[in-house]
Design a protein around this ligand. Structure first.
Ligand SMILES: Cc1cc2nc3c(=O)[nH]c(=O)nc-3n(C[C@H](O)[C@H](O)[C@H](O)COP(=O)(O)OP(=O)(O)OC[C@H]3O[C@@H](n4cnc5c(N)ncnc54)[C@H](O)[C@@H]3O)c2cc1C
Length: 395
């Protein structure tokens, strides 16, 4: 058949696998989705009330899901960065943003700096049990008086012989109540500007660590969020994570992976609520028609789908660059900004498309909106992302 005779029709049902993913990634995706739907999703409503239980870490550790992209010598699966993206994407099927966030704190916030900058001892003591799901980790950057302005933190670590004495407080710390250890950002030399920060790996049962308050939130109810105090906490010098004085750069590196994983979760969350709403729009009728067939609503779906696809491409292309050794801070900031905005817009539009049902807990849309809303704030606000992008052009 010549090209001129060929009839080419659009195949909207075609598999849409992106080139960064292999058959192995897709097999992983299927097995994670099956696990999440079978073992986690049924508890979504209960965990909104109680926060998710610690056994989730243990179970995910047993299944190898907390170390997909972590080195095998520490109990990980030795996979690439894309395998972690797959996990973030599939966790949306738990229908619990708080659960997905609690797990991501372990896999993509606290573990990476330990593995990247930690000593062999620190990796054995904390990374190995964290990958196995036997130890739970949290990450402490934000303080009551400094969030976006990381350089403005006040938590101090002062050298005293072979030890450091830590004083200060951290707030909005995910997993802060349940964690066994915290990756803690401190100032060791207030005169040294960006070279005056140091990370520590602090056991949460060290004397002087106080889990002050469980914080109530708009969404992400299944996660635990803590206000923590550090009162004359003494740690050995071996608790320093990475280089003394280089903590600011270490944590800025950590934030890149965290933001990209967060962006992937946003895209997957938006896709999920889009699909649910599409289904609803074919079932619900008004004025004798499926509501999705009103042109105004059809165009809403078209707008949403286009934005989700654009966000997805930005995330995947940036992940490809990250995986291949680049440090694409500008694009990661763009991906995080755009994906978070799209997720919130889509969740909001999906509530609208459900009418009154969208406002009801039963349909789940309101929870998606509440959970997603965090993404425009956490891990760097929209405004901070815009500032990073703008400054990257020398402005
Ligand atoms: C549910 C939840 C979980 C979290 N988990 C963690 C965690 O596990 N660990 C952790 O360390 N932190 C965590 N955070 C903290 C989160 O990263 C911060 O809240 C966020 O970075 C913003 O900091 P802030 O709250 O101090 O806001 P602020 O910095 O006080 O900002 C207030 C407003 O001012 C704007 N603003 C600030 N500076 C600028 C600027 N230069 N230009 C323009 N606008 C600006 C901000 O965009 C924002 O709109 C969590 C937060 C929440 C809500």
């Amino acid at each position: 058949m010549s090209a001129a005779d060929a009839v080419v029709k659009p195949d909207f049902a075609a598999r849409r696998r992106h080139f960064i993913f292999t058959d192995e990634h897709e097999a992983l995706r299927e097995s994670i989705r099956a696990f999440v739907i079978k073992e986690l999703a049924p508890h979504a409503e209960e965990w909104e009330e109680t926060t998710f239980p610690d056994w989730v870490f243990k179970r995910m550790g047993e299944l190898g899901l907390l170390g997909l992209d972590k080195p095998e010598e520490y109990g990980g699966q030795g996979g690439d960065y894309y395998s972690s993206l797959v996990l973030a994407e599939e966790m949306v099927h738990s229908r619990s943003g708080g659960l997905a966030m609690g797990v991501a704190v372990q896999t993509d916030m606290a573990l990476p700096p330990i593995l990247a900058f930690g000593t062999e001892e620190q990796k054995r003591e904390w990374a190995v049990p964290a990958i196995a799901g036997e130890a739970i980790l949290c990450l402490g950057i934000t303080e009551p008086d400094a969030g976006s302005d990381v350089a403005g933190i006040k938590t101090r670590a002062v050298r005293d012989g072979d030890e450091y004495v830590i004083n200060g407080s951290k707030t909005y710390i995910t997993n802060g109540h349940r964690a066994h250890a915290i990756v803690l950002v401190t100032k060791t030399d207030p005169e040294a500007g960006y070279d005056g920060f140091t990370l520590f790996l602090v056991p949460m049962d060290a004397p002087g660590v106080v889990r002050e308050k469980k914080l109530e939130k708009l969404g992400m109810h299944a996660s635990d969020t803590a206000l923590l105090a550090f009162q004359d906490v003494r740690v050995p010098a071996s608790a320093v994570l990475g280089q003394v004085g280089k903590g600011f750069y270490h944590i800025m590196w950590e934030l890149q992976g965290e933001r990209l994983i967060g962006a992937a979760g946003c895209v997957a969350g938006a896709q999920r609520v889009f699909e649910q709403t599409l289904q609803y729009a074919t079932e619900r009728t008004a004025f004798g028609r499926q509501i999705g067939t009103f042109q105004v609503n059809r165009h809403k779906f078209a707008e949403m789908a286009t934005k989700i696809e654009a966000a997805r491409q930005l995330v995947y292309t940036t992940a490809w660059r990250f995986q291949n050794g680049e440090y694409p801070v500008r694009e990661i900031s763009m991906a995080k900004l755009y994906a978070a905005r799209v997720a919130v817009e889509v969740a909001d539009e999906c509530i609208q498309l459900h009418g009154g049902a969208g406002y009801m807990k039963e349909y789940g849309g309101e929870r998606v909106w509440r959970d997603m809303r965090l993404n425009r704030i956490g891990a760097g606000t929209d405004e901070i992302m815009l500032d990073v992008i703008g400054r990257s052009y020398g402005l």
